[in-house]
Write a protein that binds this ligand. Sequence first.
Ligand SMILES: NC(=O)c1ccc[n+]([C@@H]2O[C@H](COP(=O)([O-])OP(=O)(O)OC[C@H]3O[C@@H](n4cnc5c(N)ncnc54)[C@H](OP(=O)(O)O)[C@@H]3O)[C@@H](O)[C@H]2O)c1
Length: 150
Amino acid sequence: MPTDVILIAAVTVDGFIARHSREVTAWSKDLHLFKKQTIGFPVIMGSNTYETLNHQLDGRDMIVVRRDDAPESVLSKLAAERCFIIGGGKTYSRFAPFLTHLYITPHPFVFGAGVRLFTDPITELSLRFETMIAVDEIAGIYQYQYKVQE
Ligand SMILES: NC(=O)c1ccc[n+]([C@@H]2O[C@H](COP(=O)([O-])OP(=O)(O)OC[C@H]3O[C@@H](n4cnc5c(N)ncnc54)[C@H](OP(=O)(O)O)[C@@H]3O)[C@@H](O)[C@H]2O)c1
């Protein structure tokens, strides 16, 4: 089991990660940061998200989870010290009990409807702010990094 299990997501101001479950996330501005942070580590995603990717994520073990895969057993097979949960909303929800960090990049959009960060109810998480990284200062886009409190 990795020490760090990190949710990484681009979100709208109203808390959505996509307009619908097959949408390609072409609106996010933090792809370069995502690539830099995840390179060399396993990335875990749901099957819907996998189908929206039009390329492999080179240099990362891509783990596509299905409904029959228990999150704890997926994580327990990993030898890496950190892994990233890269979406979508269903997968973020299923891995929520195991998260140690959230890396969230709010974007200046309001979708009004779509796929929420957590599509399913989860237990409340208590977060402590760690740092923020500029993605696009002119557009006011920053990644916020939080540690999940025990
Ligand atoms: N903004 C961002 O940062 C970001 C990041 C990632 C993804 N996204 C977007 O998120 C969207 C996809 O999110 P999503 O929530 O629809 O899908 P998802 O989490 O990518 O995939 C759905 C997952 O839920 C499982 N599942 C389906 N029904 C279930 C059930 N009844 N019980 C347990 N598990 C079940 C699926 O397994 P099966 O394969 O067995 O059905 C699959 O593993 C896409 O539009 C993508 O572009 C955005």
